[in-house]
Design a protein around this ligand. Structure first.
Ligand SMILES: *Cc1c(COP(=O)(O)O)cnc(C)c1O
Length: 443
């Protein structure tokens, strides 16, 4: 499979280049040249298949040309060491719980898949003599998912840059207590400073001569495509319940990687009737659906902070997916998009209200991200439709907020507790690139 850039000005790349580089030379996002339809028989058989086998078939549809069958199966099986159950919340609303992975967030699957794929590529290429260094800037969740996904993978070292005092204690311990091939770097600055240190490092010639650098950014095809597994599995489980005839999939969205993978699933033939992108107060996509104009702006802080994105990077992929032969007719594209996807945007007050209402009515504890998804379904499901929303994080990851809003004391899962008992290790860094560079040059 070849991958082209959404900006159309870079040469096509093979899978290895797309994964190692992440972003094309023209700063566009890589897209697979073709999206094959999965056989109807496979779609029909899914209810009887395991999550892993469903995922392997989907993965093979994308990566099958480039990776041996056995190796791909190992990668998929090893990635999916946990389940993503669909849980009934009330009436015709179901939660797709994506938080049963190592760091209790849905980003675990993409991060782990990418780590396994990179290891496979390194081994195949025989380039194991040089360590690959993954640089990742995080405001919380990405760092923990990437660090845990790559933990113990030989030939790869991960540097997680995070803003001092700006990530929650639970998030921080998920990437500072790991040791091994994970180094946490505590930057005296804000998230944007971390991001710009990483960007500067990628552009620095001397540093790139000294060490092999790559990113595990969420726009990476190896991180976002595997998220499509969730939606096939959710469909299969709903089909088994006899509830999949008019399925509405609702995805709490920030950078739009997760929903984008669901849309790829739809292009592969997954019979989802329609999609809803649920936003917090960062309502850029919601506005785009209403007006046809995409107007990025600075993000605002909300309760659902993993969705605080003012210029969603995967927007370009969605536009590209619904453009005719890559030619952009803005009106036609907008029409195609709005006929399949609707939106919703909620304030912090609405998020709180929804969490309280859902808890008192059903006993189900929503996290602030999932709350946006739940509310969007509650407000927009039509007769005959069944809705599934993604619960993207375990509520215990936001324990302080959730406890306060609901007046309860939720349990911290053992896995999370284990992180909190580990010893924090991190390297203190200024936000000055010269300091970061000289640190990396000693490595
Ligand atoms: C990353 C994240 C999101 C947003 O996902 P995108 O793929 O960026 O749209 C939503 N909820 C949680 C908990 C997340 O960590």
């Amino acid at each position: 499979m070849k991958y082209y850039s959404t900006n159309g000005k870079a040469p096509v790349a093979d899978l290895e280049k797309a994964v190692v580089k992440g972003l094309a030379e023209d700063r566009g996002l890589y897209m697979p040249e073709t999206i094959h339809h999965l056989p109807k028989a496979f779609i029909a058989d899914m209810p009887d298949m395991s999550f892993r086998d469903i995922a392997y078939n989907v993965a093979s549809n994308f990566f099958g040309d480039d990776i041996d069958e056995d190796a791909l199966q190992d990668i998929v099986y090893d990635t999916l060491s946990f389940d993503c159950p669909v849980v009934k919340v009330k009436d015709n609303i179901y939660a797709l719980e994506l938080f049963h992975g190592p760091t209790l967030a849905f980003k675990d699957v993409g991060a782990r898949f990418m780590a396994r794929l990179l290891r496979y590529m390194l081994r195949k290429g025989g380039a194991t003599d040089q360590t690959v260094n993954v640089l990742v800037a995080t405001s919380g969740d990405t760092g923990s998912a990437v660090a845990n996904g790559f933990l113990g993978v030989e030939g790869i070292h991960v540097y997680v840059l995070y803003p001092k005092g700006k990530v929650s204690p639970i998030q921080e311990c998920q990437f500072t207590t790991l040791g091994q091939n994970i180094t946490a770097i505590e930057v005296d600055g804000v998230f944007d400073d971390c991001q710009s240190l990483v960007k500067s490092a990628f552009m620095d010639e001397e540093l790139n001569r000294h060490m092999k650098l790559t990113s595990a950014n969420s726009i990476n095809v190896a991180r976002f495509l595997p998220q499509a597994f969730y939606y096939f599995n959710a469909y299969a489980r709903m089909k088994a319940l006899g509830k999949a005839d008019e399925l509405v999939m609702c995805v709490p969205s920030g950078n739009f990687g997760n929903i984008c993978s669901a849309l790829f699933g739809h292009e592969m033939g997954l019979p989802i009737k329609r999609f809803i992108a649920a936003n917090n107060a960062n309502d850029i996509f919601y506005k785009y659906l209403q007006t046809g104009k995409y107007e990025p702006k600075a993000s605002v802080q909300t309760l659902a902070n993993a969705m605080d994105v003012g210029d969603p990077s995967n927007f370009a992929r969605i536009i590209n997916l619904y453009s005719e032969n890559g030619k952009l007719d803005e009106t036609a594209t907008h029409k195609r998009i709005t006929s399949l996807i609707s939106g919703a945007a909620y304030s912090d007050d609405q998020i709180r209200e929804t969490m309280r209402q859902c808890f008192s009515e059903t006993g189900y504890v929503l996290d602030p991200h999932g709350a946006c998804g739940y509310r969007a379904l509650q407000e927009s499901l039509r007769p005959g439709e069944v809705g599934v929303f993604c619960e993207t994080a375990h509520p215990a990851k936001f324990k302080e907020k959730v406890d306060q809003i609901l007046g309860i004391d939720i349990d911290i899962p053992t896995r999370l507790r284990a992180f909190m008992e580990g010893e924090k290790q991190s390297v203190a860094m200024s936000k000055d690139f010269a300091d970061f560079k000289s640190y990396l040059l000693t490595r």
